[in-house]
Write a protein that binds this ligand. Structure first.
Ligand SMILES: O=P(O)(O)OC[C@H]1O[C@H](O[C@H]2O[C@H](CO)[C@@H](O)[C@H](O)[C@H]2O)[C@H](O)[C@@H](O)[C@@H]1O
Ligand SMILES: O=c1ccn([C@@H]2O[C@H](COP(=O)(O)OP(=O)(O)O)[C@@H](O)[C@H]2O)c(=O)[nH]1
Length: 459
């Protein structure tokens, strides 16, 4: 697209859509809501509802964003979302082949819903629209659109990690699925490791070839580009919201309830990829080892339930209830509860105040595409007295937030050591580390992310 030509309308397509007035507890929805607000355009996806008619498109508008959503039938929801996307692809992409439950009818449902999305989209598209498809739910969407004659630029962003080819090939029918990525013009990933995995897969499993300018040519002759685009947050606004949130009644209540104890915070969807049982065990390890810290600290874990129709998610919920009960039973005193475990989601504004109140954020996923909570925590700190981020080296965010205390989440002793170090860290070191991370987030915010992807897609 030439520099002087007005860019075409942006059409974002994702399974999860952040509809107006909804709390968006996932990173994709919260990030794309901000990106869409700035640029405007059409956002197409699932309404979040199960209905009997998926042929009807619901339209609504919020400022410059036009929303078009469809309900999913019970069968489509179970096979596409709860089935193939979240019981086969999600564990595979998060390095958990042991949890992959591949079922042929789930794959059929996944392909059917992708075709359904394509059927709806062709009715909504204009010739100069720039289409940006998001995440593992919609890998074959560009191929289905191309079959229907769509010639527009189509980009794809994968919000999860991408594991090495050796793992990807364990998925039955992997080639038929992943080869369709070649129908996109540009594929975005969070980290260099994810990009290497994509290249390796196409070169060694699909029989593709690298072309000048980082292009990858697939076996069918189509070529596409791929690049690293780490997603981010609206840094300045998040920081401002946190400053203002300090005055909210809920934040005062939290502060009063702490009685000068240092707050450690974790905020994660209740997902096995987030390493919550390992985190609870690491905290217990610290309590066991450092009795001087008893009554001095409080760990608040916010964990809104997620994907409750998938059995592994119900199981992790039971496991955490048991662990939290066990740890509190063992270490609590009449006037102190070591873990506050809350299965509820909170509006973003309130979260920013919680982050600012916390001396430490304990964010230890076993694998995570990015982890926006880590970035939000940093942006919310008081520059004069910032808290410390303890972060899993397996979150995409660790590639940029190198001044966090980086840990292997599977090692309770290592996490407990980092936690203790964070709690005792002198102000000077806290400030140095925070400043370095904040500079990264100020330069690479969500606007920069969105612009860099779309500029590459349209150039
Ligand atoms: O839509 P749900 O099934 O309720 O799940 C919520 C979202 O979870 C995942 O989020 C990812 O995207 C974030 C932003 O890029 C990233 O920081 C995080 O590491 C990822 O886990 C999922 O990829 C989304 O599709 C879901 O909407
Ligand atoms: O109660 C909650 C819990 C989480 N979030 C938001 O949900 C997003 C989670 O994104 P992240 O990338 O950390 O993980 P994901 O859930 O997408 O895997 C962040 O913007 C959080 O602020 C929220 O608004 N309320």
């Amino acid at each position: 697209m030439s520099g002087s030509k007005k860019p075409g309308r942006l059409v974002v397509v994702s399974n999860r859509v952040a509809l107006p007035q909804q709390t968006a507890t996932g990173g994709l929805a919260s990030a794309m809501r901000v990106a869409m607000r700035e640029r405007g355009g059409l956002w197409f996806g699932w309404s979040g509802k199960i209905g009997t008619d998926s042929t009807k498109v619901h339209r609504t508008k919020d400022g410059s964003i036009d929303y078009a959503t469809i309900d999913l039938t019970r069968t489509d929801h179970d096979e596409f979302y709860a089935g193939f996307a979240n019981r086969a692809l999600w564990p595979l992409l998060h390095y958990r082949p042991d949890l992959v439950d591949y079922q042929r009818d789930h794959l059929d449902g996944y392909l059917r819903v992708n075709a359904l999305f394509a059927d709806h989209l062709v009715e909504l598209l204009k010739p100069d629209d720039v289409i940006w498809v998001h995440d593992y739910h919609l890998i074959p969407l560009a191929a289905r659109l191309r079959e229907r004659g769509v010639k527009n630029r189509i980009g794809f962003f994968l919000h999860t990690p991408l594991p090495a080819a050796g793992l990807l090939i364990g998925l039955p029918q992997h080639r038929a699925l992943f080869e369709t990525l070649a129908s996109y013009d540009l594929i975005g990933l969070h980290t260099a490791r994810d990009l290497r995995a994509l290249e390796e897969y196409f070169l060694h499993e699909i029989g593709g070839a690298m072309r000048p300018g980082g292009r990858i040519r697939a076996a069918n002759g189509r070529s596409f580009r791929a690049g690293v685009f780490p997603i981010s947050i609206e840094t300045a606004l998040v920081a401002q919201t946190a400053r203002e949130a300090a005055e909210l009644e809920e934040i005062t209540q939290l502060r009063d309830s702490l009685q000068d104890r240092a707050l450690i915070i974790g905020v994660d969807r209740l997902d096995y990829s987030k390493g919550l049982p390992e985190r609870f065990r690491a905290y217990a390890h610290l309590l066991e080892r450092a009795s001087a810290l008893h009554r001095q600290i409080t760990f608040l874990q916010i964990a809104p339930p997620s994907r409750g129709s998938v059995p592994e998610y119900r199981q992790i919920r039971r496991e955490l209830e048991r662990l939290a009960g066990h740890i509190n039973g063992k270490y609590a005193a009449p006037d102190w509860v070591p873990i506050r475990y809350v299965n509820q989601s909170f509006p973003h504004r309130l979260l920013t105040g919680y982050y600012r109140t916390a001396r430490v954020a304990l964010i230890t996923p076993l694998r995570d595409g990015m982890n926006l909570v880590a970035k939000e925590y940093v942006a919310c700190q008081d520059p004069k007295n910032p808290g410390v981020l303890v972060l899993s080296r397996f979150a995409g965010a660790a590639d940029e937030l190198t001044e966090a205390l980086l840990v292997n989440p599977a090692d309770p002793a290592e996490v407990a050591n980092a936690l203790e170090r964070a709690l005792k860290m002198p102000l000077r070191e806290r400030r140095q580390r925070w400043r370095a991370m904040m500079e990264v987030l100020e330069e690479h915010d969500i606007t920069a992310w969105c612009q860099s992807f779309l500029q590459r897609l349209t150039s």
